[in-house]
Design a protein around this ligand. Structure first.
Ligand SMILES: Cc1ncc(COP(=O)(O)O)c(C=O)c1O
Length: 382
C-alpha cells in the first residue's frame, strides 16, 4: 500500500470506509483524532449565538488585526509579553508561519525534522522549497539524544520537534531540551517545538500545572519558537485557534508572513473566556488522571505493546508484528471503531496504530472492539 493513498490526518472516516468497502454513512466511534472528549465547553453554543444575534457585529466587522485582547489573555496565562505572541488560525498555521519566516531568511536550506511526527512540518517545508532531513527515533522508547540530533543536523538551520510528540506520546525531558537548545544555539540552528498537546501532559500526580511547557526558556534562548493549539484541548477543530510564542523580533517577522485577519473574529474573541474556564481545565485534569492510566492498562492487558504516553493518545502494536497490526484497522472499522493508521509516519510505516483517549464509555467500547478483533485473529490463526 502506498502511503499516498492514506489520509494524512486523523478524523477522516470517509476515505477509510471507502478503502475497505464500507458504506460511507457507517457510524463510527472516532478514536483517530486526538481531541478532548469533554469539549467544547458547554457554554460555547450560547456564547456563539449571542454574538451572532446582537447587531451581527461578530460577522460584519473586521477583527482587530493585532488581536490585542486575545494576546493579552494568552500573555497572562502563559506569563509572557503580548509582543511574544502571534495568534494563528490553528496550530497548523503556526507551523507554516515558522517555516515561512525561516525560508525568507535562509531560502533553500535544509530543515531537520525529528520523526516520526506530525506531517505538516514536512508539508510546510515542501511548500517553501526547503529540503527535509529526517532524524528518525527508534521504537520502543523513541529516545532523543541531544548530542546525536545535533551531530546529524548537517547544513540544517531549522529543527522541528513535537513535545509531547504526535504520534508517540513521548515527552523529551526538559533537561534534555535545555541541552539541545544550548547545542543548537552554538550551531546557529533555530528550534521549533510544537507544544500542541502540552496541556494534556500533567505532572506526576496528573495535575495540569503547565510546568512541562518550555515557555520559561524563551527568555534564555532567542532561537526557540513554541507552537500551541487551542483546538485540541478545547475541542474546536472546526473553529481553529493556535498561537506562536517566540522573542519579540521573531514574532514581528512571523507576523509579516501572515495574511491580515487570518484568525476570524469569533475565534479571537473566544480566547479570553476559554483560558479563564477553570472548571473545564479541572474536569479535563480529572478525566486524564483517571482514563489515561486505565486505557493504558486495558490495552496492555489485551497483549498489545503500548508506548507510555504523556498525551491524550497511545501508540500501540500487535506483538505479532507489522502485518498483524495492519489488519486491526479494517477489522475495527467493520465494528464501527476508527483508529489512526501510521502508514504515513516515517519510521512507523504502518506497523503501529494510534488510539485517541476518549471518555470512559468510548474507551470501554474501543477496548471491547479490540478484544473481539484480537480474539478472532487468534482463532483464525493457523
Ligand atoms: C502536533 C500537532 N501540531 C499541530 C496540529 C494542528 O493543530 P490545529 O488543529 O490547532 O491546527 C496538530 C493537529 O493534529 C498536531 O497533531
Amino acid at each position: 500500500m502506498s502511503s499516498k493513498e492514506w489520509p494524512l490526518h486523523g478524523g477522516q472516516a470517509a476515505p477509510l470506509l471507502a478503502r475497505f468497502g464500507l458504506a460511507d454513512d457507517t457510524p463510527v466511534l472516532d478514536a483517530s483524532a486526538n481531541l478532548n472528549p469533554l469539549g467544547p465547553p458547554a457554554w460555547l453554543p450560547d456564547w456563539v449565538s449571542a454574538r451572532l444575534q446582537g447587531e451581527g457585529e461578530a460577522l460584519a466587522r473586521y477583527p482587530d488585526p493585532d488581536y490585542r485582547e486575545a494576546r493579552e489573555s494568552i500573555a497572562v496565562h502563559d506569563r509572557v509579553a503580548p509582543e511574544q505572541i502571534l495568534l494563528t488560525n490553528g496550530g497548523a498555521e503556526a507551523v507554516f508561519l515558522a517555516v515561512a519566516l525561516h525560508a525568507r531568511e535562509f531560502p533553500g536550506t535544509p530543515v531537520a525534522i525529528v520523526e516520526p511526527t506530525f506531517a505538516e512540518y514536512a508539508r510546510a517545508c515542501a511548500a517553501h522549497g526547503l529540503p527535509v532531513t529526517r532524524l528518525t527515533l527508534e521504537p520502543p522508547d523513541f529516545r532523543l539524544d541531544p548530542e546525536a540530533v545535533v551531530a546529524a543536523l548537517g547544513e540544517a538551520r531549522l529543527l522541528f520537534l513535537c513535545r509531547p510528540n504526535n504520534p508517540t506520546g513521548t515527552l523529551v525531558p526538559r533537561a534534555w531540551m535545555q541541552r539541545l537548545l544550548e547545542l543548537t544555539a552554538e550551531r546557529g540552528c533555530r528550534v521549533v517545538v510544537d507544544e500542541a498537546f502540552i496541556d494534556f501532559v500533567g505532572n506526576a500526580e496528573g495535575r495540569s500545572t503547565g510546568e512541562e511547557a518550555l515557555t520559561p526558556l524563551l527568555t534564555r534562548f532567542e532561537h526557540l519558537i513554541l507552537l500551541r493549539s487551542l483546538t485540541k484541548h478545547f475541542t474546536l477543530p472546526g473553529l481553529r485557534l493556535g498561537y506562536l510564542l517566540a522573542d519579540r523580533e521573531t514574532v514581528r517577522l512571523a507576523a509579516g508572513c501572515q495574511p491580515a485577519w487570518s484568525v476570524n473574529g469569533l475565534a479571537a474573541a473566544l480566547v479570553a473566556p476559554l483560558l479563564a474556564d477553570r472548571d473545564f481545565a479541572g474536569r479535563t485534569e480529572a478525566w486524564l488522571a483517571t482514563e489515561r492510566p486505565r486505557l493504558q492498562a486495558g490495552l496492555a492487558a489485551l497483549g498489545l505493546e503500548v508506548i507510555p504516553s504523556r498525551a491524550n493518545f497511545f501508540l500501540v502494536r500487535h506483538p505479532g508484528g507489522r502485518e498483524a497490526t495492519r489488519q486491526l484497522l479494517p477489522a475495527l472499522l467493520r465494528r464501527g471503531v476508527l483508529v489512526r493508521h501510521t502508514e504515513s509516519f516515517p519510521g512507523l510505516d504502518g506497523g503501529w496504530l494510534r488510539l485517541a483517549l476518549g471518555d470512559a464509555t468510548a474507551n470501554q467500547r474501543l477496548l471491547a472492539a479490540l478484544a473481539e478483533v484480537l480474539r478472532e485473529a487468534e482463532e483464525g490463526a493457523p
